[in-house]
Design a protein around this ligand. Structure first.
Ligand code: HEC
Length: 101
């Protein structure tokens, strides 16, 4: 019985290990450049726009909030990200800055 509980827990933790497993981090990195995400963030942070992802009072505290935030940001420039673009961007930002499990 214990063995099955262990396997169930293992399966559950594996499912959460990478929240954006279907995203491609490399293509996400290119999308940040394509949509010029950091030029806007630079206006807020000065110098290095990507500092917004690591600021002390950062807003994004979970994988879900990350997706929400990207939708708001892309909406602000009138772009509609596809589901795959969201996953790719999220995979990149998570891998590089947020490290949500
Ligand atoms: C129109 C300007 C603008 C554009 C373009 C923009 N952002 Fe943002 N972004 C902001 C602002 C302003 C904030 C900070 C909001 C706040 O402080 O509540 C922000 C915050 C964020 C955060 C949260 C940082 C934190 O605090 O953890 C993420 C993630 C993010 N943007 C992703 C993106 C991505 C990905 C793109 C490109 C697809 C993008 N943004 C394009 C203006 C923009």
């Amino acid at each position: 019985m214990k063995k099955y509980l262990f396997l169930a827990l293992l399966a559950a933790s594996a499912a959460h290990a990478e929240p954006f497993a279907k995203g491609n981090a490399e293509s996400g990195r290119q999308l940040v450049a394509k949509y010029d995400c950091n030029s806007c963030h630079k206006g807020k942070m000065g110098g290095d726009g990507s500092a917004i992802y690591t600021r002390a009072d950062r807003r994004v505290t979970s994988a879900d909030i990350l997706i929400d935030r990207m939708e708001q940001c892309s909406g602000a420039i009138g772009k509609q990200l596809t589901e795959q673009e969201k996953l790719d961007l999220a995979a990149h930002l998570n891998k590089t800055y947020y490290h949500f499990k």
